[in-house]
Design a protein. Structure first.
Length: 431
Protein backbone atom coordinates (compact mmCIF):
# COMPACT_ATOMS: atom_id res chain seq x y z
CA UNK A 1 0.00 0.00 0.00
CA UNK A 2 1.49 3.40 -1.00
CA UNK A 3 1.14 6.77 0.73
CA UNK A 4 -1.78 7.80 -1.42
CA UNK A 5 -3.78 4.68 -0.61
CA UNK A 6 -3.49 5.35 3.12
CA UNK A 7 -5.37 8.63 2.81
CA UNK A 8 -9.20 8.65 2.78
CA UNK A 9 -11.09 9.59 -0.38
CA UNK A 10 -13.58 12.44 -0.69
CA UNK A 11 -16.98 11.34 -1.94
CA UNK A 12 -19.20 14.34 -1.32
CA UNK A 13 -19.85 15.95 -4.74
CA UNK A 14 -20.97 19.19 -3.08
CA UNK A 15 -17.78 19.52 -1.03
CA UNK A 16 -15.90 22.81 -1.51
CA UNK A 17 -12.45 23.17 -0.03
CA UNK A 18 -9.99 25.98 0.48
CA UNK A 19 -6.32 26.21 1.42
CA UNK A 20 -5.72 28.41 4.46
CA UNK A 21 -2.32 30.02 5.08
CA UNK A 22 -0.81 30.76 8.47
CA UNK A 23 -1.76 34.45 8.19
CA UNK A 24 -5.45 33.57 7.72
CA UNK A 25 -5.66 34.08 3.95
CA UNK A 26 -7.76 31.55 2.09
CA UNK A 27 -7.69 30.36 -1.51
CA UNK A 28 -10.76 28.39 -2.56
CA UNK A 29 -10.20 25.39 -4.83
CA UNK A 30 -11.94 25.64 -8.21
CA UNK A 31 -14.06 22.90 -9.79
CA UNK A 32 -13.37 23.62 -13.44
CA UNK A 33 -9.60 24.02 -13.61
CA UNK A 34 -6.40 23.16 -11.80
CA UNK A 35 -4.68 25.42 -9.29
CA UNK A 36 -0.87 25.74 -9.31
CA UNK A 37 1.06 26.51 -6.13
CA UNK A 38 4.61 27.84 -6.18
CA UNK A 39 6.94 30.78 -5.73
CA UNK A 40 6.65 32.04 -9.31
CA UNK A 41 4.44 35.17 -9.58
CA UNK A 42 2.51 33.47 -12.38
CA UNK A 43 1.19 30.71 -10.10
CA UNK A 44 -2.41 30.75 -8.90
CA UNK A 45 -1.31 30.66 -5.26
CA UNK A 46 2.08 32.31 -4.69
CA UNK A 47 4.13 31.34 -1.64
CA UNK A 48 7.01 33.72 -0.88
CA UNK A 49 9.25 30.99 0.57
CA UNK A 50 12.76 30.34 -0.77
CA UNK A 51 12.28 26.60 -0.12
CA UNK A 52 9.23 26.50 -2.40
CA UNK A 53 9.92 25.67 -6.06
CA UNK A 54 8.70 27.98 -8.82
CA UNK A 55 5.93 25.46 -9.64
CA UNK A 56 5.81 23.26 -6.55
CA UNK A 57 2.45 21.48 -6.60
CA UNK A 58 -0.90 21.38 -8.37
CA UNK A 59 -4.42 20.84 -7.06
CA UNK A 60 -7.18 19.64 -9.37
CA UNK A 61 -10.80 18.59 -9.10
CA UNK A 62 -10.93 14.95 -10.15
CA UNK A 63 -14.52 15.06 -11.48
CA UNK A 64 -15.77 12.57 -8.88
CA UNK A 65 -16.38 15.00 -6.05
CA UNK A 66 -12.81 15.16 -4.75
CA UNK A 67 -9.69 17.32 -4.90
CA UNK A 68 -6.24 15.89 -5.44
CA UNK A 69 -2.82 17.48 -4.93
CA UNK A 70 0.23 16.36 -6.92
CA UNK A 71 3.87 17.26 -6.42
CA UNK A 72 5.38 18.84 -9.57
CA UNK A 73 8.88 17.41 -9.11
CA UNK A 74 9.68 20.11 -6.56
CA UNK A 75 13.10 20.41 -4.94
CA UNK A 76 11.94 19.96 -1.35
CA UNK A 77 8.89 17.80 -1.90
CA UNK A 78 5.36 17.71 -0.53
CA UNK A 79 4.17 16.50 2.88
CA UNK A 80 0.59 15.76 3.89
CA UNK A 81 0.10 15.54 7.66
CA UNK A 82 3.85 15.08 7.97
CA UNK A 83 4.03 12.23 5.45
CA UNK A 84 6.13 12.76 2.28
CA UNK A 85 3.90 12.00 -0.73
CA UNK A 86 3.88 12.40 -4.49
CA UNK A 87 0.12 12.90 -4.53
CA UNK A 88 -2.85 12.67 -2.20
CA UNK A 89 -6.61 13.12 -2.03
CA UNK A 90 -7.46 16.19 0.07
CA UNK A 91 -9.77 16.11 3.09
CA UNK A 92 -10.84 18.87 5.51
CA UNK A 93 -8.45 19.05 8.46
CA UNK A 94 -5.34 17.98 6.55
CA UNK A 95 -2.15 20.01 6.77
CA UNK A 96 0.15 20.48 3.79
CA UNK A 97 3.84 21.40 3.89
CA UNK A 98 5.53 22.87 0.83
CA UNK A 99 9.06 23.92 1.70
CA UNK A 100 8.64 25.80 4.96
CA UNK A 101 5.14 26.99 4.04
CA UNK A 102 2.22 25.34 5.79
CA UNK A 103 -1.35 25.26 4.57
CA UNK A 104 -4.48 23.83 6.16
CA UNK A 105 -7.27 22.22 4.15
CA UNK A 106 -10.58 23.69 5.30
CA UNK A 107 -14.17 23.19 4.22
CA UNK A 108 -16.29 26.07 2.94
CA UNK A 109 -20.03 26.09 2.41
CA UNK A 110 -22.05 27.84 -0.28
CA UNK A 111 -22.87 30.88 1.82
CA UNK A 112 -19.21 31.37 2.66
CA UNK A 113 -18.25 31.07 -0.99
CA UNK A 114 -20.78 33.76 -1.91
CA UNK A 115 -19.52 35.96 0.91
CA UNK A 116 -16.02 35.81 -0.57
CA UNK A 117 -16.97 38.64 -2.92
CA UNK A 118 -17.73 40.83 0.09
CA UNK A 119 -14.50 40.18 1.99
CA UNK A 120 -12.10 42.51 0.25
CA UNK A 121 -11.13 44.60 3.28
CA UNK A 122 -7.62 44.08 4.56
CA UNK A 123 -4.67 42.35 2.93
CA UNK A 124 -5.71 38.98 4.39
CA UNK A 125 -8.70 38.82 2.05
CA UNK A 126 -6.66 38.63 -1.14
CA UNK A 127 -5.70 34.99 -1.59
CA UNK A 128 -3.63 35.33 -4.76
CA UNK A 129 -0.52 37.41 -4.24
CA UNK A 130 -0.03 38.56 -7.87
CA UNK A 131 -3.69 39.62 -8.13
CA UNK A 132 -4.04 41.61 -4.93
CA UNK A 133 -3.63 45.31 -4.24
CA UNK A 134 -1.55 45.61 -1.10
CA UNK A 135 -1.45 48.41 1.43
CA UNK A 136 -2.94 49.52 4.73
CA UNK A 137 -3.10 53.25 4.02
CA UNK A 138 -6.42 55.08 4.17
CA UNK A 139 -6.47 55.60 0.41
CA UNK A 140 -6.02 51.87 -0.22
CA UNK A 141 -8.72 51.01 2.30
CA UNK A 142 -11.03 53.33 0.40
CA UNK A 143 -10.10 51.64 -2.86
CA UNK A 144 -10.86 48.21 -1.40
CA UNK A 145 -14.23 49.52 -0.22
CA UNK A 146 -14.97 50.53 -3.81
CA UNK A 147 -13.89 47.16 -5.16
CA UNK A 148 -16.01 45.42 -2.53
CA UNK A 149 -19.10 47.23 -3.74
CA UNK A 150 -18.36 46.70 -7.45
CA UNK A 151 -17.09 43.11 -7.52
CA UNK A 152 -20.51 41.50 -7.45
CA UNK A 153 -22.02 43.80 -10.07
CA UNK A 154 -22.03 43.28 -13.83
CA UNK A 155 -21.53 46.98 -14.60
CA UNK A 156 -18.68 48.16 -16.84
CA UNK A 157 -15.88 49.78 -14.84
CA UNK A 158 -13.30 52.27 -16.10
CA UNK A 159 -10.07 52.05 -14.11
CA UNK A 160 -7.89 55.14 -14.22
CA UNK A 161 -4.39 55.62 -12.87
CA UNK A 162 -0.79 56.35 -13.71
CA UNK A 163 1.46 53.74 -15.27
CA UNK A 164 2.50 51.11 -12.75
CA UNK A 165 -0.28 51.70 -10.20
CA UNK A 166 -1.81 48.25 -10.74
CA UNK A 167 -4.77 48.79 -13.06
CA UNK A 168 -4.75 45.19 -14.29
CA UNK A 169 -4.48 43.95 -10.70
CA UNK A 170 -7.61 45.92 -9.84
CA UNK A 171 -9.40 44.43 -12.85
CA UNK A 172 -8.34 40.92 -11.85
CA UNK A 173 -9.55 41.59 -8.32
CA UNK A 174 -12.99 42.60 -9.61
CA UNK A 175 -13.06 39.38 -11.65
CA UNK A 176 -11.67 37.04 -8.97
CA UNK A 177 -14.12 38.25 -6.34
CA UNK A 178 -17.04 38.60 -8.71
CA UNK A 179 -19.92 36.16 -9.29
CA UNK A 180 -17.99 34.06 -11.88
CA UNK A 181 -14.35 33.86 -10.72
CA UNK A 182 -13.76 30.52 -12.47
CA UNK A 183 -14.67 31.93 -15.90
CA UNK A 184 -11.86 33.22 -18.17
CA UNK A 185 -10.21 36.60 -17.65
CA UNK A 186 -9.04 37.88 -21.05
CA UNK A 187 -6.72 40.90 -21.01
CA UNK A 188 -6.08 42.86 -24.20
CA UNK A 189 -3.47 45.62 -24.37
CA UNK A 190 -4.97 48.01 -26.91
CA UNK A 191 -1.71 49.93 -27.16
CA UNK A 192 0.21 46.89 -28.41
CA UNK A 193 -2.11 45.83 -31.26
CA UNK A 194 -1.42 47.02 -34.84
CA UNK A 195 -4.39 49.11 -36.06
CA UNK A 196 -5.13 46.64 -38.88
CA UNK A 197 -5.65 43.82 -36.35
CA UNK A 198 -7.83 45.57 -33.77
CA UNK A 199 -11.10 44.18 -35.11
CA UNK A 200 -9.71 40.65 -35.39
CA UNK A 201 -8.30 40.71 -31.85
CA UNK A 202 -11.53 42.07 -30.36
CA UNK A 203 -14.13 40.17 -32.38
CA UNK A 204 -12.23 37.34 -34.11
CA UNK A 205 -12.14 36.40 -37.78
CA UNK A 206 -13.06 33.58 -40.12
CA UNK A 207 -10.62 31.68 -42.26
CA UNK A 208 -9.91 33.54 -45.49
CA UNK A 209 -11.32 36.85 -44.22
CA UNK A 210 -8.07 38.61 -45.18
CA UNK A 211 -4.56 37.78 -46.33
CA UNK A 212 -2.89 35.60 -43.73
CA UNK A 213 -6.15 34.40 -42.12
CA UNK A 214 -5.40 30.71 -42.59
CA UNK A 215 -7.76 29.55 -39.84
CA UNK A 216 -10.62 30.77 -37.68
CA UNK A 217 -9.60 32.97 -34.76
CA UNK A 218 -11.67 33.56 -31.63
CA UNK A 219 -11.59 37.18 -30.51
CA UNK A 220 -11.36 38.43 -26.93
CA UNK A 221 -15.13 38.45 -26.41
CA UNK A 222 -15.51 34.86 -27.60
CA UNK A 223 -12.57 33.64 -25.49
CA UNK A 224 -13.95 35.30 -22.36
CA UNK A 225 -17.29 33.44 -22.52
CA UNK A 226 -19.17 34.37 -19.33
CA UNK A 227 -16.00 35.82 -17.80
CA UNK A 228 -14.32 39.20 -18.15
CA UNK A 229 -12.75 41.15 -21.02
CA UNK A 230 -10.19 43.68 -19.79
CA UNK A 231 -9.32 46.41 -22.31
CA UNK A 232 -6.06 47.89 -21.07
CA UNK A 233 -4.97 51.27 -22.49
CA UNK A 234 -8.38 51.61 -24.13
CA UNK A 235 -7.54 55.19 -25.14
CA UNK A 236 -5.26 53.79 -27.85
CA UNK A 237 -8.18 52.37 -29.84
CA UNK A 238 -8.55 54.12 -33.23
CA UNK A 239 -11.87 55.87 -33.86
CA UNK A 240 -13.09 53.19 -36.29
CA UNK A 241 -12.51 50.46 -33.72
CA UNK A 242 -14.20 52.61 -31.06
CA UNK A 243 -17.37 52.77 -33.17
CA UNK A 244 -17.46 48.99 -33.60
CA UNK A 245 -16.75 48.38 -29.91
CA UNK A 246 -19.60 50.74 -28.99
CA UNK A 247 -22.03 48.76 -31.14
CA UNK A 248 -20.99 45.50 -29.46
CA UNK A 249 -21.46 46.99 -26.00
CA UNK A 250 -24.90 48.32 -26.92
CA UNK A 251 -26.24 45.24 -28.73
CA UNK A 252 -24.23 42.56 -26.85
CA UNK A 253 -23.69 40.93 -30.28
CA UNK A 254 -20.38 40.16 -32.00
CA UNK A 255 -19.75 39.40 -35.67
CA UNK A 256 -16.26 38.03 -36.52
CA UNK A 257 -14.43 39.55 -39.47
CA UNK A 258 -15.52 37.65 -42.56
CA UNK A 259 -18.44 36.04 -40.75
CA UNK A 260 -22.11 36.18 -41.71
CA UNK A 261 -23.61 35.52 -38.26
CA UNK A 262 -23.71 37.42 -34.98
CA UNK A 263 -23.13 35.79 -31.62
CA UNK A 264 -24.43 36.97 -28.26
CA UNK A 265 -21.83 37.78 -25.60
CA UNK A 266 -22.22 37.38 -21.84
CA UNK A 267 -18.90 38.72 -20.58
CA UNK A 268 -18.28 41.69 -18.33
CA UNK A 269 -16.19 44.52 -19.81
CA UNK A 270 -13.56 46.37 -17.79
CA UNK A 271 -11.33 49.08 -19.27
CA UNK A 272 -8.29 51.00 -18.08
CA UNK A 273 -6.23 53.98 -19.16
CA UNK A 274 -3.58 56.34 -17.84
CA UNK A 275 -4.77 59.12 -20.14
CA UNK A 276 -7.45 61.78 -19.57
CA UNK A 277 -10.36 60.43 -21.59
CA UNK A 278 -12.45 63.52 -20.84
CA UNK A 279 -9.84 65.71 -22.54
CA UNK A 280 -9.62 63.24 -25.42
CA UNK A 281 -13.39 63.47 -25.88
CA UNK A 282 -13.13 67.26 -26.01
CA UNK A 283 -10.36 67.09 -28.62
CA UNK A 284 -12.27 64.53 -30.72
CA UNK A 285 -9.78 61.71 -30.14
CA UNK A 286 -12.24 59.52 -28.22
CA UNK A 287 -15.96 58.99 -28.74
CA UNK A 288 -18.10 60.56 -26.04
CA UNK A 289 -20.77 57.83 -26.26
CA UNK A 290 -18.14 55.10 -25.82
CA UNK A 291 -16.61 57.02 -22.92
CA UNK A 292 -19.95 57.06 -21.10
CA UNK A 293 -20.62 53.40 -21.99
CA UNK A 294 -17.27 52.20 -20.60
CA UNK A 295 -17.30 54.54 -17.62
CA UNK A 296 -20.62 53.63 -16.04
CA UNK A 297 -18.51 53.40 -12.90
CA UNK A 298 -15.03 54.91 -12.56
CA UNK A 299 -12.34 54.15 -10.02
CA UNK A 300 -8.93 55.79 -9.75
CA UNK A 301 -5.84 54.04 -8.44
CA UNK A 302 -3.63 56.24 -6.25
CA UNK A 303 -0.02 56.96 -7.21
CA UNK A 304 2.55 55.47 -4.85
CA UNK A 305 3.62 58.97 -3.73
CA UNK A 306 0.10 59.41 -2.31
CA UNK A 307 0.48 56.37 -0.05
CA UNK A 308 4.07 56.45 1.15
CA UNK A 309 3.14 54.60 4.35
CA UNK A 310 2.57 51.48 2.21
CA UNK A 311 6.12 51.45 0.84
CA UNK A 312 7.79 49.53 3.75
CA UNK A 313 5.21 46.73 3.46
CA UNK A 314 5.61 46.59 -0.31
CA UNK A 315 9.39 46.43 0.07
CA UNK A 316 9.07 43.48 2.42
CA UNK A 317 6.69 41.71 0.07
CA UNK A 318 8.91 42.19 -2.98
CA UNK A 319 12.00 41.21 -0.98
CA UNK A 320 10.29 37.92 -0.08
CA UNK A 321 9.46 37.36 -3.75
CA UNK A 322 13.07 38.05 -4.69
CA UNK A 323 14.30 35.65 -1.99
CA UNK A 324 12.07 32.89 -3.35
CA UNK A 325 13.26 33.52 -6.89
CA UNK A 326 16.97 33.76 -6.04
CA UNK A 327 16.76 31.01 -3.38
CA UNK A 328 18.69 33.05 -0.84
CA UNK A 329 17.92 35.57 1.89
CA UNK A 330 17.20 39.14 0.80
CA UNK A 331 17.57 41.81 3.50
CA UNK A 332 16.57 45.44 3.14
CA UNK A 333 18.62 47.97 5.14
CA UNK A 334 16.86 50.64 7.20
CA UNK A 335 18.53 53.32 5.11
CA UNK A 336 17.10 51.74 1.95
CA UNK A 337 13.58 51.68 3.42
CA UNK A 338 13.88 55.30 4.53
CA UNK A 339 15.20 56.44 1.14
CA UNK A 340 12.52 54.50 -0.74
CA UNK A 341 9.81 56.10 1.38
CA UNK A 342 11.01 59.57 0.35
CA UNK A 343 11.57 58.74 -3.33
CA UNK A 344 8.83 59.97 -5.76
CA UNK A 345 8.68 56.66 -7.74
CA UNK A 346 7.33 58.02 -11.06
CA UNK A 347 6.84 54.40 -12.22
CA UNK A 348 4.82 53.64 -9.06
CA UNK A 349 4.54 50.09 -7.67
CA UNK A 350 5.92 48.48 -10.83
CA UNK A 351 9.06 50.61 -10.61
CA UNK A 352 9.42 49.79 -6.90
CA UNK A 353 9.15 46.06 -7.57
CA UNK A 354 11.68 46.20 -10.41
CA UNK A 355 14.07 48.18 -8.22
CA UNK A 356 13.91 45.57 -5.45
CA UNK A 357 14.43 42.67 -7.86
CA UNK A 358 17.37 44.44 -9.53
CA UNK A 359 18.99 45.35 -6.22
CA UNK A 360 18.48 41.85 -4.82
CA UNK A 361 20.15 40.30 -7.84
CA UNK A 362 23.17 42.62 -7.69
CA UNK A 363 23.65 42.95 -3.91
CA UNK A 364 25.77 40.48 -1.98
CA UNK A 365 24.66 41.77 1.41
CA UNK A 366 21.80 43.89 2.72
CA UNK A 367 20.31 46.16 0.05
CA UNK A 368 21.53 49.72 0.52
CA UNK A 369 19.80 52.95 -0.43
CA UNK A 370 22.28 53.49 -3.27
CA UNK A 371 21.66 49.96 -4.53
CA UNK A 372 17.86 50.32 -4.41
CA UNK A 373 17.11 53.74 -5.82
CA UNK A 374 17.35 54.17 -9.59
CA UNK A 375 20.38 56.07 -10.81
CA UNK A 376 19.43 59.59 -11.83
CA UNK A 377 20.12 60.12 -15.51
CA UNK A 378 21.78 63.43 -16.47
CA UNK A 379 19.29 65.71 -18.13
CA UNK A 380 20.00 66.55 -21.75
CA UNK A 381 20.67 70.19 -22.49
CA UNK A 382 17.82 71.92 -24.29
CA UNK A 383 18.25 72.76 -27.93
CA UNK A 384 17.04 76.33 -27.35
CA UNK A 385 18.07 79.08 -24.93
CA UNK A 386 15.64 81.55 -23.38
CA UNK A 387 16.92 85.14 -23.66
CA UNK A 388 15.20 88.02 -21.82
CA UNK A 389 13.66 90.62 -24.15
CA UNK A 390 15.50 93.95 -24.42
CA UNK A 391 17.80 95.86 -26.70
CA UNK A 392 20.04 94.01 -29.12
CA UNK A 393 23.06 94.67 -26.92
CA UNK A 394 21.28 93.44 -23.78
CA UNK A 395 20.01 90.29 -25.48
CA UNK A 396 23.43 89.55 -27.02
CA UNK A 397 25.15 90.00 -23.65
CA UNK A 398 22.61 87.75 -21.90
CA UNK A 399 23.15 85.05 -24.54
CA UNK A 400 26.95 85.13 -24.17
CA UNK A 401 26.76 85.03 -20.35
CA UNK A 402 24.38 82.06 -20.52
CA UNK A 403 26.67 80.06 -22.81
CA UNK A 404 29.77 80.79 -20.72
CA UNK A 405 27.96 79.82 -17.50
CA UNK A 406 26.61 76.63 -19.06
CA UNK A 407 30.01 75.55 -20.43
CA UNK A 408 31.91 76.60 -17.33
CA UNK A 409 34.72 78.56 -19.03
CA UNK A 410 35.37 81.07 -21.79
CA UNK A 411 37.56 78.55 -23.63
CA UNK A 412 34.78 75.91 -23.84
CA UNK A 413 32.16 78.54 -24.68
CA UNK A 414 34.34 79.83 -27.52
CA UNK A 415 34.55 76.31 -28.93
CA UNK A 416 30.74 76.00 -28.84
CA UNK A 417 30.27 79.41 -30.47
CA UNK A 418 33.04 78.67 -33.00
CA UNK A 419 34.93 81.91 -32.34
CA UNK A 420 38.50 82.49 -31.11
CA UNK A 421 38.90 82.55 -27.35
CA UNK A 422 40.45 86.01 -27.50
CA UNK A 423 37.47 87.34 -29.44
CA UNK A 424 34.95 85.99 -26.93
CA UNK A 425 37.08 87.35 -24.07
CA UNK A 426 37.06 90.79 -25.64
CA UNK A 427 33.28 90.67 -26.07
CA UNK A 428 32.84 89.71 -22.42
CA UNK A 429 35.08 92.61 -21.27
CA UNK A 430 32.98 95.13 -23.17
CA UNK A 431 29.69 94.01 -21.55
Amino acid sequence: MNDTDRLPRTTDPALRLALELDDGRRCSLPHCRSLTIGSDPGCDLVLADRFVSSAHAQVRFDGQGGYRIEDLRSTNGLRVDGVPVQGAQLEPGMHLELGQARLAVVRIDKSEEEARARRLRGDASFCRSPHRLMGRSAVMSGLRDQLEKLAGLALPVLIRGETGTGKELAARTLHEFGPRPEAPFVALNCGAIPPALFESELFGHRRGAFTGAHRDHAGAFARAGRGTVFLDEVAELPLEAQAKLLRVLETRLVSPVGGDREFAIECRVLAATHRDLGAMVTSGQFREDLFHRLGVVEIELPALRRRRSDIPGLLEHFANQAAAELEREVVMSKAAVSAATQHPWPGNVRALRNAVLRAAALSEGPITAAGLLPVARPQARPDTIAVPRGTYADMNAALLRHVVAEEGSIRKAAQVLDVPRSTLGAWMQRM
